[in-house]
Structures are given as C-alpha cells and as structure tokens.
Ligand binder design. Sequence first.
Ligand code: NAD
Length: 487
Amino acid sequence: MTLSFDPDSLLLPKGHFIGGKLIEARGELPIERPSDAKAYWDCPVADAGIVDQAVDTARRALKESGWASLRPRARTKTMQRWADLIEQEAVTLARMEAVCSTRPVAHLIAGDIAVTAEQIRFFAEFADKEGSDLVPTDGGSLGMIMTEPYGVVGAITPWNFPLSMAGWKLGPALAAGNAVVLKPSEMTPFSTLYLAELAVRAGVPAGLVNIVLGDGQTTGNAITGHPDIAKVSFTGSTGAGSAIMANIARTGVKPMTLELGGKSPQLVFADADLDLAAGAIATSLLANAGQACVAGSRLIVEARVANALAESIISKLATFRPGPTWDECTDYPPIISERQIGRMDSIVRATTDQGAECLTGGKRLDSEGYFYAPTLITGVTATSPAVLEEIFGPVLTIQTFEEEEEALSLADHPTYGLAAGLFTRDLSRAIRVTRHLQAGTVWVNRYGRSRDHILPTGGYKQSGIGKDLGREAYLANRKSKSVLVSL
Ligand code: NAD
C-alpha cells in the first residue's frame, strides 16, 4: 500500500474535542499547507467560554470516572489499548498530520507515530509502579511522602512535531491520574484531534482528554490563566514561554513545565570519525528541515579538519530529496509558513551582510511551497545573527577552534542550553567536555534522540524549566504531600 495521498481528498476532524465529542466551530484563522502554499482551512479560536467548558468537562469527568483512584493497573491497561489503536490507525494519523505540517508521511509512520505509541506505553507503566515513599524519621513517628495527581492539567504544543509533542503531554498526565485540556498549534490541529478520539475509543473516559483549538493570545492565555487548571505544561518558543510565565504570575501562581527554544552546538574534534560526524550533522540539520528544538545548528570544529568536514556534510546533504509531505518518497520537507521562511532568509542575509559566506544554500528553492536550500555559513562570529538566533530551519553556522577550552567557550550560548553534540574518539575528553557543556542533553558520537524514553529532556538557561520524558515527566504530573504520623 502506498502512503502517498491526495491532500484535497482527505477527511479531517474539524472543531474542538470536548467531552468525547467533536464540536464544530466557526473558523477564524486561515491556514496554508506548507508543501504547496495553498490555503485550505480556517482554524476556530476557542474563547474563554469554550476553555471554561473544556475545563469544567475535565473536572466532572475526573470525578465521575474515578480515573485517579482506579486500581492503577486499570489506567495502565486502558492506555496500552490506546497505544495499540494509535499503531492500528497509523496511516490515518500520519496523513492527518502530513497534510498541514512539515512532517513527511513516511517519516511519521517510521518515526513519530511509532514513538508516540511507545511513549504512551512507557508512561502507562508508571501508573502501577511509581508510588509514595516511606521516609526515615525518629522511632516515635512514621514519615511518608504521598503523591497525588494535580487534577486538570493545561497543555500547549507547537507545530513542529504535533503528535509526539501531544504524546509527551498526554502520556504522563493521564498515567499520573489527571485530566487534560490541550491546545495544539493552530497550524497543525488534526492529528491531535484524532489522537484524542482514539483515546476515547480505547476506553479513556470521555472528558479526560479535551482538545481546544485556537491561538496563543486568546485560547492559550485562557488556558494558562484558568483558575481550575492546576498545572501548565508547555512546549514552544522561549518568547511564548516567558509570556506564559507572565500570565501565570498575573492570574495566580501554579506549577509549570516549559520546554523552550534552543541553539545547540555540535563540537567536532580532529580525532573524531569524521564520516560518522558528517552523517549525524547532515541528518540532524535536515530532519524536519531544521525545525526541531534540538537542531544542532552551530558546528564548532577543530580548525585543521574544518574544510574536510564541511565538504563531507555538503555531499551528504545532496542525498536528501525535497518534496511535498504527502509524497512517500520525500525526506526533505518544507518550512512551515511564509512568515517563517521570510524570517529565516532575513537572518541569513543579515549574517552575510556582516561578511559571512554561504558555502552552500542561502536561498529559497524554486517551488510552489516553502522550501529552503540547506545552508552552511562560514566566517561567522559569536555575535552574528545566525549564531545568536534560533533560526528553526536548515541553516548551520561553522566556527573553528584550536584548543578544547576555546571550543567550550564557543559552545556556551548566552541564551539557550537545550542540547549539545560532541564527536571524539578520546573517552576522557568526551567526559571532560560533557561535564562543562551547559545543556540539558549531551549526545556523544551521535546527534538526536534514541527510543530510550527513560532519558528526560529539558533545557538549561532559557531553554526551559522542568523535564518531559523520563520518570521526571511522570513525577511532574503529581504533587507531593509530606505526612508525619505520631505513633
Ligand atoms: P510558539 O511558541 O510560537 O507556539 C507554541 C504553542 O504555544 C502554539 O500552540 C501557540 O499557539 C502557543 N502560544 C503562543 N503564544 C502563547 C501564549 N502567549 N500563551 C499561550 N500559548 C501560546 O512555537 P512554535 O513556533 O509553534 O514552535 C517552535 C518553537 O518550539 C521553537 O522555539 C522550538 O525550539 C520550540 N520547541 C521546543 C521543544 C523542546 O522540547 N524544548 C520541542 C519542540 C519545539
């Protein structure tokens, strides 16, 4: 069976998903398909009243279903059925996501959807394994740290990996006994809506997973400022993250997890396996056309191997095939929007205007969609716009060093600390450099996540607060109560 499809003939869920039902709504925000720049839908914007309705539904569903106090294994089993259904419906989910996003349909099947199902199973297993603790106190008392779900969690996700980001939020929140009101990006809502429908089909009580569509200004603010949302879990840009912090500070204090932007370095030492490094760097640069929070967009390479490495990367980039996301042969997708491709281009130009040089790329591809040529920029400094700003596209800057200390100083970004990569055959150096890197994740002799969902992800500096994935993400969806009993 071919995965390719006709984007005009796809049936899509359109509306908010509240209480287990799709609720139609008037469209307000025009959306274009990035692969062919065709306008095809107006996304509705949930106002405070609709968000209220979703939160109220979530609270009632929690109470009536007893989800938080079920035998924990029952939550595990229900979520495992949900993961099974996600795999069974993989093609439908993949097409619903590919039509509006930058994710190629074949990548969705091989990657995002399989990973989302795995992660839901991973978190489901915590429900009956992670409990409260008895802690040492004096002999006349009994000390316990009890954990409990928050209640209704508010989640907000970005457009770059819509399904897996929704999985990151829904998996741990539900396993931990919460209900969720989630707002996907206004540009990529369909796969998240269908994911919620599958949850209900799998037996997750209707009303525990509610999806409201809309923008950040109206819908996002209504979620983060809602008095009955007990915790906020956000993935998106650092700018939106700080606006959310401000809104939460204004409307009432509540815990939040913020997974934000990055500008991650990849350090290559002269003793590294250069072919392996070039392959990892090229793949990480072009995965989702650089539209990944952890994109390794700053190459910091030992001077004497810089030219050889750049040539090798350029030759590997040429093997990626651009095309629309609905073609199963595509492995190089478009940029999400006209606004984003224009912004990227202006950062590249501002950098070359200051004297830097594009070794390859530096321009849009000739296409009806929003495609940008893979771009390598050399001759940059630590203050070049392309080095400082999160571009969120297939743009790699190259800086060189002579000494390890210089490499570490170049790697240290003033704003971001999400991830870092490091290529060397010297084990001592690998450990030494890892200890100094200011990043929430470090990859050695590879670049990018594996399927080890136990490894949490999160940022240093302004790349975020708290963790997604791992045990940490489950625990972040439960609050703790210290109990001391006098015997
Ligand atoms: P964005 O910040 O523009 O939007 C993300 C989501 O937040 C969207 O649903 C948007 O509608 C909503 N939003 C925007 N302003 C808001 C506000 N004031 N209040 C509430 N909600 C608001 O980000 P984007 O362009 O969708 O995604 C790209 C960004 O996400 C990049 O910066 C990328 O690094 C980051 N990201 C981070 C991670 C991570 O794990 N750290 C993962 C994926 C993406």
